[in-house]
Design a protein around this ligand. Structure first.
Ligand SMILES: *[C@@H]1O[C@H](CO)[C@@H](O)[C@H](O)[C@H]1NC(C)=O
Ligand SMILES: *[C@@H]1O[C@H](CO)[C@@H](O)[C@H](O)[C@H]1NC(C)=O
Ligand SMILES: *[C@@H]1O[C@H](CO)[C@@H](O)[C@H](O)[C@H]1NC(C)=O
Ligand SMILES: *[C@@H]1O[C@H](CO)[C@@H](O)[C@H](O)[C@H]1NC(C)=O
Length: 415
């Protein structure tokens, strides 16, 4: 089968050669094709022109084909090419010399090279890696400077031995850094990393490469690479100085642009207005203020969040919501507190008088022989009162108190 195929291929190439003006012209493949790892998730492909090709044709180009991990092909006049790609599944590529004339293509045979996948079974490598970046104003230097932090989380692979330890590295452009601040899972394995400051630019466009490898005494731990679009993983800060004011039924809300290297016009906002009675409103705006009409009596909570608009960069994440602020008076709350205070006061007064009566045997001393029934009635009233107050509390826990410890329950639930 193979020889037949080769003959066919040869026939096609001869045919194409025939279409060219110079019939005896034959293209030779490049030489010494090499794949070199130059950084995390980064390789350099390079090759030499074939010395036997002769110098008379200046229109020679190279056709590069990436076979793994993802198929891709392109043409170049250079004899080298840089690629950003994950390397944990290995990398392989081919290159051939080509010559285009009009609509016809003359090509040499392919030469190939390979970078082998690192050892370790796939179940040992980390899963669910997510990373986000955040920009803060850099207080150490002048006002216009920002620093970008990076936070990544992951889970240990299902086949990773218990003694596995993972290590995270990132590369942004030519800079590579190892994580210094890890968080750990219950088995003491690193599962999150925090870089308070990085080399990532605050208006980054390049991709971010993250590499997590590991070690264990019992198994080879397969490393894992992931490339992130820096704009897609950047989470802006929430808007600052959020204020709200209610005049009658008019609710007006103001805020300021988040701390960010992006200018004012780059932001879009969402305003959330809600209350405990089920009122809920979310509105989008590009300005720094929002006015809404309310019932004028309820209390409302307000939060605002921000995102960088597509005018300034590819759409990324929304910020966290700002801390909730409240406007409007809550009358129901005040009534509730008043009722609770009143009940408590009544209970305390009743209990105190009961205690005093018992301690000093006042009743017995004042009316020694007969008036037992009166005392019983008074006891009964107090008991009934407090049992009612208590019963709702104890039901929550599913316990019913019947006997003596009435005093303790009442005290602990009131105070
Ligand atoms: C290919 O590499 C070998 C050995 O490194 C070298 O001797 C040779 O000159 C190279 N070929 C070309 C065309 O550069
Ligand atoms: C990890 O990711 C997988 C698939 O992406 C998902 O099904 C799974 O729920 C994730 N696990 C956790 C704990 O988030
Ligand atoms: C993990 O990767 C870094 C960066 O490539 C390397 O320096 C380090 O030796 C690796 N560690 C392990 C345990 O493979
Ligand atoms: C936010 O408020 C603080 C004080 O409350 C003020 O110093 C600061 O200038 C305000 N920031 C902006 C951007 O208005």
């Amino acid at each position: 089968m193979m020889p037949v195929f080769l003959i066919l291929l040869g026939a096609v190439e001869t045919l194409q050669t025939d279409l060219l003006p110079d019939k005896k012209f034959l293209l030779l493949p490049p030489m010494n094709f090499t794949i070199k790892v130059t950084g995390l998730a980064q390789v350099l492909l390079y090759w030499e022109p074939n010395p036997d090709q002769g110098q008379r044709n200046v229109n020679l180009k190279y056709h590069v084909k990436i076979n793994a991990p993802q198929e891709e092909d392109y043409e170049t006049r250079n004899t080298q090419s840089k690629c950003e790609t994950t390397l944990h599944e290995g990398f392989s590529a081919s290159v051939r010399t080509i010559l285009r004339r009009g609509h016809s293509l003359l090509a040499s045979s392919w030469v190939s090279a390979e970078h082998k996948a690192p050892p370790g079974s796939p179940g040992t490598s980390i899963v669910n890696l997510t990373c986000t970046t955040n920009t803060a104003a850099d207080d150490d230097t002048n006002l216009k400077s920002y620093q970008v932090s990076l936070h990544c989380t992951w889970l240990a692979g299902k086949d990773a031995p218990e003694d596995t330890q993972y290590f995270l590295y990132y590369r942004y452009g030519p800079w590579t850094e190892e994580c210094q601040e890890y968080s750990k899972d219950t088995l003491n394995r690193n599962t999150a990393c925090w870089f308070p400051r990085t080399f990532i630019h605050s208006k980054a466009r390049d991709r971010l490469a993250v590499h997590v490898n590991g070690s264990s005494k019992h198994a080879a731990i397969k490393p894992s690479d992931q490339l992130f679009d820096t704009q897609a993983i950047d989470q802006p800060n929430p808007p600052i100085n959020v204020t709200a004011e209610m005049e009658g039924s008019r609710l007006s809300i103001h805020w300021e642009k988040p701390v960010s290297a992006f200018p004012v016009h780059c932001f879009e906002y969402e305003v959330k207005i809600y209350n405990t009675k089920g009122y809920f409103q979310v509105e989008k705006t590009t300005t720094h203020a929002f006015v809404s009409t309310t019932d004028g009596v309820s209390q409302y909570s307000i939060q605002v969040r921000a995102t960088v608009s597509p005018q300034c960069r590819a759409m990324g994440l929304w910020s966290k919501w700002s801390q909730p602020i409240s406007v409007g008076k809550e009358q129901k709350r005040i009534t509730e507190w008043f009722l609770i205070a009143l009940t408590a006061t009544v209970c305390v007064i009743s209990l105190t008088s009961l205690l005093l009566c018992r301690m000093y045997h006042l009743w017995t001393k004042l009316f020694p022989p007969v008036p037992a029934p009166k005392s019983n009635i008074k006891d009964l009233i107090v008991t009934t009162n407090c049992e009612k107050a208590v019963s709702s509390e104890t039901e929550i826990e599913g316990i019913t108190y019947v006997e003596e410890p009435l005093f303790e329950i009442t005290e602990s639930s009131v105070f």
